[in-house]
Design a protein around this ligand. Structure first.
Ligand SMILES: [Zn+2]
Length: 463
């Protein structure tokens, strides 16, 4: 029997406000950004950050949520070293927003609720969490505004979770409430028709996919042995496994009380209308516009709509370059090279002009697309003049048939076995020949011409 996985996500999103959620300390990574309020000292009075509330409403509207009429903050009481005041200020009833949805391809992901809360301090263990004799508590994170977003358990694969989170990040960036300096932490609830296991604290989208895939396999194995139990596990990104954690508290054990030091905040219709009016173009609308405006393929429009910065580059060059060439080059060659170097498109925003020059040369048949790919792979780590590079590296397109024929002859002569293979029906070998000539000419040979010459040489070669 193959059980279908049922997965729900809890996403903690650090949002990019200037100050923390309840005090005026600067938010984000900086030193000396603590005060009696975010340290939770007795008698310190919290004041809610209006910008953080506005940002959370922006996200709620972008995800088609129903908004609450009032914001009520609660104390979630628990005893743990990351919270010296022994409670976290969060929301319980009503959450800021509920019943949202987001489309991933044809599937609709339902969002149960989202609310605002403060981030506790971060804890570092000198060794393993269980064997460390002490831990280091860093309070610079205390009080950073978080949006907690809870989905219904409606995902059935790890890949779907990855696609959802990718789109969520794209939306957060569009809304300008999140950037690379902000952190996303995910808890995933995974069950295969059996006990539900919660995986805590997964730090990146890639890791979420890995952790869930690992957990599905682990649960299948333990279910067979009849040893599967409800528990909370921790994702260990070093060993790429989940490990058991403390037994989970139930919601009742947290002991919620309404935060007595913050009064109820009304969300007025005017405030919501103002935020609605200022909402930017969101990924789905953007994809639609790109298809209409530039007549590019829907698959490229989707990739661009989900990568804010890559799309910036596209729109900056698509007026000078054929939009189809620009879109396909950015979505395949450039995106591939960025992925390989584990970089974001933001890192190459200042190389837009160079990418445009490269594609102009491809368009005018001055260099091959393969040469452009090789150059862009270098351009990603370092900015340089591409025109100069093309000339010093002799990469201008060679369509001199005589010159190419000499090189082709050499390659055919040196690979007799491959010639035979081709004659025996292994047509893939042709690609090997063309590839070899391309490499020998530093990707400057006209590939169509090389193909023609090679075919002729093979045909004319003696059996
Ligand atoms: Zn503070």
């Amino acid at each position: 029997m193959t059980e279908k996985a049922k997965i729900g996500l809890e996403v903690h999103i650090q949002i990019k406000t200037k100050s923390k959620l309840f005090c005026s300390c600067p938010s984000g990574k900086s030193e000396n950004n603590v005060c009696p309020i975010c340290l939770g000292m007795p008698g310190a009075l919290p004041t809610p950050n209006k910008k953080a509330i506005e940002y959370a409403i922006r996200l709620a509207l972008a995800l088609n949520c129903e908004l609450a009429e009032k914001i009520i903050f609660w104390r979630k009481c628990y005893f743990y070293p990351d919270l010296p005041k022994n409670f976290q200020i969060t929301q319980l009833e009503p959450p800021l927003a509920k019943n949202g949805k987001l489309k991933i391809g044809k599937k609709i992901i339902y969002i149960r609720e989202l609310h605002l809360e403060e981030d506790p301090a971060s804890i570092t263990y000198p060794a393993d969490i269980h064997s460390s004799r002490y831990c280091i508590v860093d309070h610079s994170r205390s009080g950073t505004p978080l949006i907690e977003l809870v989905t219904e358990p409606c995902f059935d694969s790890a890949k779907q979770c990855r696609l959802f989170l990718t789109k969520l990040v794209a939306i957060l960036k569009c809304l300008k409430i999140f950037d690379e300096s902000c952190v996303l932490r995910v808890d995933a609830n995974v069950s295969l028709n059996g006990p539900r296991v919660e995986i805590k604290n997964i730090g990146s989208i890639k890791e979420v996919e890995r952790a869930i895939n690992y957990e599905i396999i682990r649960q299948k194995h333990f279910a067979k042995l009849g040893k599967l139990k409800r528990e909370t596990r921790l994702w260990d990104s070093t060993s790429k496994t989940t490990k058991p954690m403390r037994e989970k508290e139930t919601e009742e054990e947290y002991g919620y009380i309404v935060e007595p030091n913050i009064s109820v905040i009304e969300i007025t219709k005017e405030f919501i209308e103002k935020i609605k009016k200022e909402l930017p173009e969101l990924p789905d609308q953007k994809a639609e516009r790109l298809i209409k405006q530039y007549k590019i393929k829907p698959e490229f429009a989707e990739i661009l709509s989900l990568d804010y910065d890559l799309c910036e580059i596209f729109e900056n060059i698509a007026t000078d370059i054929s939009p189809n060439l620009a879109a396909s080059f950015l979505c395949t060659e450039v995106a591939g090279a960025l992925n390989y170097e584990e970089l974001e498109a933001k890192a190459i925003l200042d190389r837009t002009e160079e990418i445009k020059e490269l594609l102009e040369m491809v368009e005018k048949n001055k260099i091959t697309r393969k040469a452009a790919k090789k150059i862009v792979e270098k351009l990603i780590s370092k900015k340089f003049s591409v025109k100069q590079f093309v000339s010093t590296q002799d990469m201008y397109l060679v369509s001199d048939e005589k010159k190419l024929e000499e090189i082709c002859k050499k390659v055919v002569k040196e690979n007799k076995k491959a010639v035979e293979d081709y004659k025996n029906g292994k047509e893939k070998v042709l690609q090997f020949f063309i590839g070899t000539v391309m490499k020998m000419t530093n990707f400057s040979a006209d590939p169509q011409l090389v193909r023609k010459i090679i075919l002729r040489l093979i045909e004319n070669s003696a059996n």
